[in-house]
Design a protein around this ligand. Structure first.
Ligand code: CMP
Length: 139
């Protein structure tokens, strides 16, 4: 059982490079906070303008983020939905599944709790959100 757990954690790090910044104990905790979610091709996962209460990590499949300037495709290892959690504001874009998808979902309260205890992870996520915001403003 312990070995199975260890394997899941290894898989998590293989799929999501950002988690290599986090220790094994913390990842074990993160596994308990994650809620699995599935989506089918064409399904809208996030609607622009909504209030957002969760962040998504893509385990398999792909989504499309629709921006004024065009679409960005996100694949396994990527995450989305972090911007509304960090800003406390509304969803900035529509996000639609373009394939059968498996996500790990982190709810706002768990996001806040976990990120406050792992500031290096928060920094990585914040930096990505910042880059995305800059990209959206520039075009
Ligand atoms: P959020 O605003 O909560 O919901 C829509 C999500 O789309 C947003 O969080 C980001 O995760 C994602 N997103 C917004 N802009 C970009 C971008 N330029 N590139 C990739 N993803 C983006």
């Amino acid at each position: 059982r312990a070995r199975q757990h260890h394997l899941r954690i290894q898989q998590l790090v293989e799929t999501f490079p950002l988690f290599s910044e986090v220790g094994e104990d913390a990842l074990e905790e993160l596994l308990l906070l994650f809620n699995p979610k599935l989506a089918s091709p064409g399904e809208r996962v996030i609607r622009r303008g909504d209030r957002g209460d969760s962040m998504y990590f893509i385990s398999s499949g792909a989504v499309e983020v629709r921006l004024a300037s065009g679409a960005v495709r996100l694949e396994p290892g990527a995450f989305f939905g972090e911007m509304a959690l960090l800003s406390g504001g509304r969803r900035t874009a529509d996000v639609t599944a373009v394939d059968f998808c498996q996500f790990e979902v982190l709810e706002r309260r768990d996001f806040n709790m976990f990120m406050s205890r792992h500031p290096n992870l928060r920094a990585i996520v914040s930096e990505m959100a910042q880059k995305r915001t800059e990209m959206n403003v520039m075009r």
